[in-house]
Design a protein around this ligand. Structure first.
Ligand code: SF4
Length: 332
């Protein structure tokens, strides 16, 4: 049987996740876990690029892992682990930092966007180099594929570049190259817009529905959701194609989409009813996740075990790769 291809995917520990995380990543991870060998990284060191306050990192990690497992990640199939617990990440990061030029990192378009979006006056050496840490994260596990949205493709390019540079410079005694050149695997429904109609759902923008939100929270949030601004009351004709709520129907209520389009365009459907309908559909969609979540919240020791098992498995792979790296570099 062919060896399963390896996928490394991760998130920064941001606490309870929102339904944009589910649509943009988690759902896809669950879908991939039988056909690929997945490793799921909690990128806690990466949080330092934008905040030095680590007070909540541990609790945010636990909350995030609860969401991962509740949404269907099987930690036995796919190890879940913290970057900071596998020191080989920082070791390989250091070696890779010597290969790539500062000019190449400064060209990274995602970094330019971040500087603009966060209005940063200056950035740290570590922030400039975070795609190098990402390369180490991926290549330690010899990732063949990296699931990303379109905007993350430049990072995979940097990883590919670094893997190529290392392979050119250092090979094992038998002539074997250590690192694969990973390919981006673009997620199909990569981004769910926020409740305010902004392209991205994000906690910092306050426009999210959390996976853990109950019926009342979902309905209250949905009442404020952005719709066609020209449709003020039932009877007005609307344009569903510019309405955020319609995007959510497309994702969570596809069966009723033709009917909703017709009702909105003709004016027979009012926005309040349309919003309460999708709020109910989102509640139903996540009901099994909520049930699993409440079990897991009562058993935090299980979540701690998920982390320690995942870290043991990840460490074994990472140590093996670093052994090869040291051999190829003749470091003994
Ligand atoms: S009826 Fe529904 S789809 Fe149409 S504008 Fe209102 S919320 Fe949007």
């Amino acid at each position: 049987m062919d060896k399963k291809k390896i996928i490394l995917s991760g998130m920064r520990p941001t606490g309870k996740l929102h339904i944009g995380h589910f649509v943009g990543a988690l759902e896809n991870w669950v879908h991939l876990q039988d056909s690929y060998q997945n490793y799921h990284l909690i990128a806690d060191y990466h949080t330092l690029t934008t905040s030095l306050d680590t007070t909540n990192v541990y609790n945010d990690t636990i909350d995030m892992v609860i969401d991962w497992v509740a949404c269907g990640i099987d930690p036995v199939l796919s190890p879940i682990f913290r970057q900071s617990k596998v020191k080989e990440h920082t070791e390989l990061f250091l070696i890779f930092s010597m290969l790539i030029t500062k000019a190449r990192l400064e060209k990274n378009p995602t970094l330019k966007d971040q500087i603009r979006d966060l209005n940063l006056q200056s950035i740290t050496y570590g922030h400039l180099g975070y795609p190098v840490l990402q390369a180490a994260d991926i290549l330690l596990y010899k990732g063949d594929l990296v699931p990303v949205g379109e905007d993350q493709v430049p990072h995979v390019e940097i990883t590919r570049h670094i893997a190529g540079l290392f392979n050119e410079q250092y090979i094992l005694k038998d002539g074997k190259k250590i690192f694969p050149i990973p390919e981006p695997k673009i997620t199909k429904f990569a981004r769910l817009p926020g409740l305010d109609g902004k392209a991205k759902m994000s906690k910092s923008l306050g426009n999210t529905i959390l996976i853990s939100d109950g019926e009342d929270e979902i309905k209250n949030k949905m009442k404020k959701a952005f719709t066609d601004p020209n449709k003020l009351r039932k009877g007005d004709k609307g344009n569903p194609d510019i309405c955020l709520v319609f995007t959510y129907h497309n994702k969570f209520n596809p069966g009723e989409v033709p009917e909703i389009r017709e009702g909105c365009s003709s004016g027979t459907l009012g926005c309040f009813d349309c919003k309460m309908n999708i709020a109910n559909k989102i509640k139903d969609y996540f009901a099994p996740v909520h049930n699993k979540r409440s079990e897991l919240e009562k058993n935090i020791d299980y979540i701690k075990n998920v982390l320690s098992d995942g870290e043991t498995k990840a460490k074994a792979v990472a140590e093996n790769t670093m052994g090869e790296v040291r051999e190829a570099m003749k470091l003994g």
